[in-house]
Design a protein around this ligand. Structure first.
Ligand SMILES: [Zn+2]
Length: 448
């Protein structure tokens, strides 16, 4: 037989070790991994010249915007940024205009994405007001639900414990995970109002409002509310030692709880925020060095499951304002996550095998994306080929994202994604996008 393509001279990361091999691709899937002499004939041969090949990254925390927020990012620019960053699957957050929280809004979003996307995109939904609609949203193909606890975004009243439990029961029955942004609305709003009354509009005031306690309160509340419910709870971007400890305790008691950290909270601190100001404003905010060390320890001890970018692009004007309370929170991250984390591997903060687990294997497991996340025969041919020796300087002006700024602009990093393959197709080569808009795929939850 003649397969679609064979990638030769790969140093592929298989089963926790790096192996010299070739990969045959047929019909968008990995057909065979083996030695030169045993490979099938192919329509096309691509010589990878000893590049390191990893399973394409699965970024479970991405705000692709588009629709009413297309001036910030759209499905094409966002997924071009993903491709450039070695990310082959993204899960899109629901705080859009309109908010994704019905079968209808989800369907429209999928249709818009289908025309533009370059990588594979799956979708979160917020909870609807009427929980009877949860099933329709899942049938439409939502991969997971997102619950934003810092302020009211979805239809479900986040102040109502019973409503939250009812929602958890519904998704638990359907075995759909819930990802939560854990900052407690009441504590946060209260602190914010007090600071505004004393005319505090500085970065320090933002940190004070988004205190460590705000995170812990939400984590504890959610763990308590879900304690007797058979469901899967995933904590987005944990940033504090206490928050992580609470999650670890739940894990130790055998609960189906997982958590994520972002590169921002591992590599930047509250001092950076105070120094550089509003560009680094994000929720939850950057923390002090003791929390950063606790997160790294959480990684070392394997309590942290996932690294997600929390790619949250805004127009540059929205990142500065007279008052910190008016600044849009979040920074782009799709194009920096992999180079930054590979640099940390170079610095011996974690192993390459562990990084692959955090960026590909675990995200696939937690979100039921069983056809990807590993280099194995039969899995999707979603791959990234990396020059692990190449050093370069992060240049945000060259980003594919519409958000052409970064806290890491000017940082020296080592390890560059050189080629990205999605569904067997080479879509990015040396930062150049080769594929057409719409060549990526829409992932729907497995209905089986
Ligand atoms: Zn986010």
């Amino acid at each position: 037989m003649i397969v679609d393509s064979v990638l030769t001279n790969a140093k592929a990361h298989l089963n926790k070790e790096t192996v010299d091999c070739n990969l045959a691709i047929e019909n968008g899937k990995i057909f065979k991994i083996g030695k030169e002499t045993h490979m099938p004939k192919a329509d096309e041969t691509i010589n990878l010249k000893n590049l390191l090949v990893l399973p394409g990254l699965i970024d479970i925390h991405v705000h692709l915007r588009d629709e009413g927020k297309a001036y910030k990012e759209d499905f094409y620019t966002g997924t071009a940024a993903a491709a450039a960053g070695g990310i082959t699957t993204v899960l899109d957050m629901p705080n859009n205009a309109p908010v994704t929280m019905s079968a209808e809004t989800l369907k429209n979003r999928m249709q818009t994405a289908k025309r533009k996307t370059l990588v594979n995109v799956g979708f979160y939904s917020e909870f609807p007001n009427n929980l009877n609609e949860v099933k329709d949203i899942v049938t439409q193909g939502a991969i997971a639900f997102k619950l934003f606890m810092a302020c009211q975004i979805g239809g479900l009243n986040i102040d109502d414990d019973h409503a939250l439990q009812e929602a958890f029961r519904k998704v638990g029955e359907l075995d759909v995970p819930v990802a939560v942004h854990a900052e407690d609305k009441a504590t946060l709003t209260d602190a914010e109002e007090k600071l505004k009354k004393t005319r505090r509009h500085d970065a320090g005031a933002f940190l004070k409002a988004h205190s460590e306690r705000v995170e812990l309160k939400a984590v504890e509340r959610l763990l308590k509310l879900s304690a007797q419910i058979n469901m899967r709870l995933h904590f987005c971007h944990i940033t504090t030692k206490e928050g992580l400890d609470a999650v670890v305790e739940a894990k130790k008691s055998g609960r189906a709880v997982t958590c994520e950290v972002t590169p921002n909270h591992l590599l930047l601190s509250n001092k950076d925020f105070e120094r550089y100001g509003s560009l680094l404003a994000m929720m939850p905010p950057l923390r002090s060095s003791s929390h950063i060390e606790a997160l790294w320890k959480g990684i070392a001890d394997s309590w942290v499951d996932v690294i997600g970018s929390d790619h949250a692009p805004h127009a540059l004007e929205e990142k500065s304002a007279g008052s910190i309370w008016d600044v849009k929170v979040g920074v782009p991250g799709l194009e920096t996550t992999l180079p930054l984390m590979l640099t940390m591997v170079r610095k011996n903060r974690l192993s390459l095998a562990h990084l692959v687990q955090l960026l590909s294997e675990k995200p696939a497991e937690i979100f039921n994306l069983t056809d990807r996340g590993r280099l194995e025969q039969g899995k999707k041919a979603d791959l990234v080929a990396i020059d692990f020796n190449r050093k370069f300087t992060v240049d945000a002006s060259k980003f594919h994202s519409k958000a052409k700024y970064s806290p890491y602009d000017g940082w020296e990093v080592q390890g560059r994604p050189v080629k990205t393959f999605v569904n067997g197709l080479l879509i990015m080569d040396e930062q150049e996008i080769l594929a057409k808009a719409g060549s990526g795929g829409i992932i729907r939850r497995d209905r089986a």
